[in-house]
Design a protein around this ligand. Structure first.
Ligand code: PEP
Ligand code: MG
Length: 543
């Protein structure tokens, strides 16, 4: 990067600069060959490496308090576990394995045992994996994988982040996030927005950047080398909104929050959301190794629902798979996970899973006093929609709908509308499947732009069905979070818009300054455009 300047897709607003910390790539399984020339010497490398790892963890523990301290101390103790180390040493001397492979294999035995024991023990399997990876990295002379512990405010650079890694980021330490992969609708982008961390994704060449500091603009997508001074401008010019989704002429469009955790729910309520249009329940269980019980689910959901007592909340059943894997719902390995058994499809073979979840949702609705509806993700046909609605009704949940996020569902919206109480457009997946463009792949990020006219035309089909049949049509994909696009969607017949808490005021204020006529004109212009840039220009014209 001699010009010290890169660019990508800005996905989370704000500007920041500071020292770079790189997220190391997953290590994979270390090779079993070549056999060490001197197995005794190779085996003697294991304990010193374990000491280094344990000392590093204990040093970190000294700098924190409470749960974080306890977790680090326990992990340090695991790194020095005598039986783990003895087994690894034996594998080196008896089977002539390289030390890194021996540690991997020995830890594998413990992990399998813990997972088989289930419950609390199974949760510890993840800790052993963490220790294993740190030890293997140390023996191979590589950086430990995953998000490193941050000593101070930093700009994180990664190929991409798993949802659990992104959700765990500390916004007080992560100044900005820059990834080589990912698109405007990837979960890295969605989570960065909800944490208020400026982020730029699909930055070609950032992994090869060797400098020590970066300045990041989450609005323009500009990423350039900086002098290492820590600066953070955050979001500028926050609009004001009175918390009612209403156009200037009195036309109502509900402005709702997208949530996935108690913190999101509190933030959405504080920002004035009229309710929740999408509760991503899978985000409550990203680290669970076993299916949570009905009681565990009930508690987890009730905490998220409580800030919305008396208000509408759409709870989406688990959308596991592809970019949001859940260990306890892992399908057989698939060549194309985004096209495989994900979302509601998981439940077709295991209906008891969705029935238990619906039971927990119904209980949490009573506990919290929220006005709860349920919605299924990844529905492709009217028959699937009817299957889901029947189960929701059997669980005593009065309102049930489905997401329209597969083009086939959009094209049969009329048949689907006949069997549900509402639909909600998942524009993130709808774009991914319409354009055959993986939402996690940086190189195809432009196709996942929600202003793509082809996507708008598909949305219009659904909006028209909604108007003609009186079926409420929401949008809960990232398209709803763009104030100008929110007007276009309203002009196409959409009745509610659901978004990240950071977008609520901007969208609410824009709608309040616009009339339905203007929204319809904006929609007409955008629909007739040939590309995203001209769609935006056409939508701006009548304002
Ligand atoms: C979508 O696909 O637009 C959506 C809202 O669901 P998710 O982003 O969770 O896949
Ligand atoms: Mg989706």
């Amino acid at each position: 990067m001699s010009s010290a300047r890169l660019s990508g897709v800005g996905v989370s607003s704000g500007r920041a600069s500071g020292p770079v910390v790189r997220v190391a790539e997953p290590l994979g399984e270390p090779p079993a060959t070549p056999a060490p020339a001197d197995p005794a010497a190779e085996s003697a490398r294991i304990r010193p490496a374990a000491d280094v790892v344990a000392q590093r963890l204990l040093a970190r523990a000294e700098t924190v308090e409470g749960d974080a301290k306890a977790v680090l101390e326990t992990t340090a103790a695991m790194a020095s576990d005598p039986s783990l180390l003895a087994q690894a040493e034996k594998l080196v001397t008896d089977e002539s394995l390289p030390a890194a492979r021996a540690v991997h294999q020995a830890a594998g035995g413990f992990i399998t045992m813990l997972q088989a024991a289930g419950g609390y023990m199974a949760e510890r399997a993840r800790d052993v994996q963490d220790v294993r990876d740190r030890l293997v990295a140390e023996l191979l002379g590589l950086a430990a994988p995953g998000v490193p512990d941050l000593d101070g405010p930093s700009v994180l650079v990664a190929r991409d982040l798993a949802p659990a890694d992104t959700a765990g980021l500390d916004p007080t330490k992560v100044l900005a996030l820059v990834t080589e992969e990912g698109g405007p609708t990837s979960h890295t982008a969605i989570l960065a927005r909800s944490l208020g961390i400026p982020a730029v994704v699909a930055v070609r060449g950032v992994l090869a950047f060797t400098g020590t500091a970066l300045a990041v603009d989450g609005d323009t997508g500009d990423v350039r080398e900086s002098d290492g001074t820590v600066r953070s401008a955050g979001n500028t010019g926050k609009p004001t909104w009175n918390g009612i989704g209403i156009l200037r002429d009195g036309h109502r469009v509900k402005v709702l929050g997208n949530v996935g955790s108690p913190a999101d729910a509190a933030a959405a309520a504080a920002a004035g959301a009229e309710g929740v249009g999408l509760f991503r329940t899978e985000f409550c269980f990203l680290s669970a190794t076993e299916e949570p019980t009905v009681e565990e689910q009930r508690k987890a959901y009730a905490v998220v629902l409580t800030p919305f007592a008396g208000k509408p909340v759409v709870v989406r059943t688990l959308d596991a798979g592809a970019d949001k894997p859940l260990a306890f719902l892992a399908p057989e390995p698939e060549p194309n996970p985004a096209l495989g058994v994900r979302g509601v499809r998981v439940a077709f073979d295991k209906p008891e899973i969705i029935d238990r979840q619906l039971e927990a949702i119904a209980l949490a609705a009573k506990d919290s006093g929220a006005d709860v509806s349920v919605m299924a993700p990844m529905v492709a046909t009217a028959a699937e929609a009817a299957w889901f609605v029947k189960r929701a009704r059997a669980a005593g949940i009065p309102r049930a709908g489905v997401m329209i996020e597969i083009p086939a569902a959009a094209m049969t919206a009329r048949e689907i509308a006949a069997v549900v109480d509402f639909v909600s457009l998942g524009t993130n997946d709808l774009a991914q499947y319409l354009f055959a463009a993986d939402r996690q792949v940086g190189a195809v990020a432009a196709l996942n732009d929600p202003w793509q006219p082809a996507l708008l035309r598909l949305i219009k089909l659904v909006g028209e069905v909604g108007v003609e049949t009186g079926t409420p049509v929401g949008v809960c994909g990232e398209a709803a979070a763009d104030p100008l696009l929110a007007c276009v969607l309203t002009g196409m017949g959409v009745t509610s818009l659901s978004m990240n808490h950071t977008a609520l005021a901007g969208v609410g204020a824009k709608l309040a300054a616009t009339s339905l006529d203007v929204c319809q004109l904006a929609a007409r212009g955008a629909l007739a455009a040939a590309d995203p840039a001209s769609a935006k220009i056409a939508a701006r014209a009548p304002h």
